[in-house]
Design a protein around this ligand. Structure first.
Ligand code: DHB
Ligand code: FE
Length: 279
């Protein structure tokens, strides 16, 4: 049977991709941010997942305001990257796992989550930057299943709905008959607002509370409304709903392996959380 080894949740800021491309991770601005990641990579190496289920939000590359699925799941053999406007170097395509994708899609539909299945799907910085942080060399074969949430065009899915989507994905993985090690990756957040009068808004107190509750009491976070999250974490801080999907897929008693918090990176409070599933 397939096993879910744990989850890694991380911010996905495009500037991180530029820093990696330029090889300036050790410069003074970047060092305190990148210092958080070796421990996450070490845990992933030991956990040795075959497939990463990457929960993220598209920023106008694959979906635009004209057609916006609330939840979309990739079911392609590979996922190509392209530049949605940040000027990041385009990465090599990521391998898919269509069998696992269709199993998850069928299972989610049976659990009353009406997802959009995508047999073609471009992946943007919210997918590629976290994978570049977590698997820098791409030397091991890793297959991926993208799960895309709408964080752009209101109405957005509620935090509680996202937590429950995660629970449903966890049940889908547990019911997959192949011997397979999977890991959930949740990308986005923490507090940030890129536009409007509050551009640059960061809420450290709220972020630190989120880093604690995502481990010990995710239902407390799931109680917030999207409106609450916009107020407390900024218009783009709502991206933390990806973390709630990842957390929802794990056992209630998943344990924290590592976390990291650094402000700011570009306009964003950068957060990292590594959670291990109960054996
Ligand atoms: C930034 C953060 C994001 O989450 C994003 O998608 C784009 C930019 C930033 O802080 O620059
Ligand atoms: Fe973003």
């Amino acid at each position: 049977m397939a096993r879910l080894v744990g989850a890694v949740c991380t911010s996905h800021i495009p500037a991180i991709g530029h820093a990696i491309a330029r090889g300036i991770e050790h410069e003074a601005y970047w060092q305190p941010f990148f210092a958080g990641y070796p421990r996450a990579r070490e845990w992933l190496t030991a956990a040795a997942p075959d497939v990463a289920i990457v929960v993220y939000n598209d920023h106008g590359l694959n979906f635009f305001l004209d057609k916006m699925p609330t939840f979309a799941v990739g079911a392609a053999r590979e996922y190509r990257n392209a530049d949605e406007g940040w000027g990041l170097p385009t990465t090599a395509p990521y391998s898919g796992d269509p069998d696992l994708s269709w199993h998850i899609i069928e299972s989610l539909m049976a659990q009353e989550f009406d997802v959009t299945s995508c047999q073609e799907m471009l992946v943007d910085h919210a997918f590629t930057v976290p994978l570049a942080l977590l698997w820098p060399s791409r030397s091991q074969p890793l297959r991926t299943v993208p799960v895309c949430l709408n964080t752009i065009q209101h109405p957005l899915p509620s935090p509680m709905r996202c937590y429950k989507l995660g629970q449903a994905i966890g049940r889908a993985i547990a019911a997959y008959p192949q011997e397979l090690r999977t890991v959930m990756i949740g990308t986005g957040g923490l507090s940030h607002q890129l536009d409007g009068q509050r551009a640059g808004f960061i809420n450290k107190e709220f972020d630190l509370m989120c880093l604690e509750k995502i481990v010990s009491d995710p239902l407390a976070l799931a109680q917030y409304t999207i409106r609450d999250l916009v107020r407390l974490a900024g218009t783009q801080g709502v991206e933390i709903i990806s973390w709630l999907v990842a957390r929802g897929s794990l056992d209630d008693h998943a344990v924290k392996v590592h976390s990291h918090y650094h402000i700011p990176v570009s306009n964003t409070a950068a957060g990292l959380m590594v959670l291990e599933n109960a054996a």
